[in-house]
Design a binder for this molecule. Structure first.
Ligand code: SIN
Length: 281
């Protein structure tokens, strides 16, 4: 089987065929996947059969793994795997429910945010529950020169603690101990990708709280304007899940958002592994 890479839209995402991610992949294959990931930012692998251990092992070939900050929903045997699900066992969700339903970049609220994530669909609804991706390269490249100059040196305060009740109104509030482990951090609003050298907007979701040195309302208005621009359909890819899909994205230059589905009728069970990144520059 030879590996092929087929672009899915004009701006981002490609489907990779001819590879079994559970296999002991030659380094040359891993290198091609890595290059395709850098080129297309979202990769789709169909018909995979990943156990938590093989998912973690494959992701580790591309980078060290991050442990999710919500340890309640990490896999009991492979803690690097984070579980997202609406399924309940003994009255309790087996994974994080209604997770990530807003545009965001994984762990942007950490001082060293993640480089990329791999999401694997074990149970997927027949309709709804898609994942949207938006290219922050395309969003940056299409800004006017005036806007590029205006935002070039801006820095943003990212706050998981302030954003928590907005992102997760249905979940218990963070404990004091969790809050203490999640101090606010400052990142550049425009970041340069450490591997491709390309610039992108780093304006994910609710955690991006304010712009350093700018009155709060003015900063929020600018962030809203940039987000409206960045998440236009022309910069996005919608992934409609099939059971056995594994989708890997680059958090350094994309935003993503889960979408709703009928949780009373359908089950959705996803496993996510996340690669450690470097401080945004
Ligand atoms: C995530 O935000 O990482 C999960 C997205 C999804 O469940 O579709």
């Amino acid at each position: 089987m030879s590996l092929t890479i087929r672009p899915l839209t004009e701006v981002m995402a490609a489907e990779v065929t001819g590879v079994d991610l559970t296999g002991d992949l030659p380094q040359a294959t891993v290198d091609r996947i890595r290059q395709a990931w850098l080129d297309h930012t979202v990769l789709v692998f169909r018909n995979q059969d990943l156990s938590p251990a093989t998912q973690a092992a494959f992701t580790r070939r591309l980078g060290d793994l991050e442990h999710h900050t919500v340890s309640e929903y990490t896999h009991p045997e492979v803690p690097e795997v984070f579980i997202i699900s609406n399924i309940k066992k003994d009255g309790k969700y087996v994974g994080a429910a209604k997770s990530g339903r807003h545009w965001h970049s994984d762990s942007q609220f950490l001082e060293i945010p993640s480089a990329g994530s791999l999401l694997y669909g074990l149970e997927v609804p027949p309709e709804g529950g898609d994942t949207l991706f938006a290219s922050m390269y395309a969003a940056y490249d299409t800004l006017s020169d005036e806007m590029k100059a205006r935002i070039a040196d801006l820095r943003i305060v990212c706050s998981r603690v302030k954003a928590w009740p907005i992102s997760y109104p249905n979940r218990p509030p963070l404990t004091e101990e969790q809050k203490a482990r999640l101090p606010d951090v400052v990142h550049p609003l425009v970041r340069t990708h450490p591997e491709t050298g390309r610039k992108s907007l780093y304006i994910g979701g609710n955690v991006v709280w304010e712009i350093v040195g700018m009155p709060y309302e003015e900063g929020r208005a600018l962030l809203d304007e940039l987000r409206r621009h960045a998440t236009q359909d022309r910069f996005t890819y919608r992934h409609r899940w099939r059971k056995g899909d594994a989708v890997m994205w680059d958090n350094r230059c994309t935003l993503h958002s889960a979408t709703p589905y009928d949780e009373e009728r359908f089950d959705r069970l996803m496993h996510r592994t996340t690669m450690l990144g470097t401080a945004p520059a």
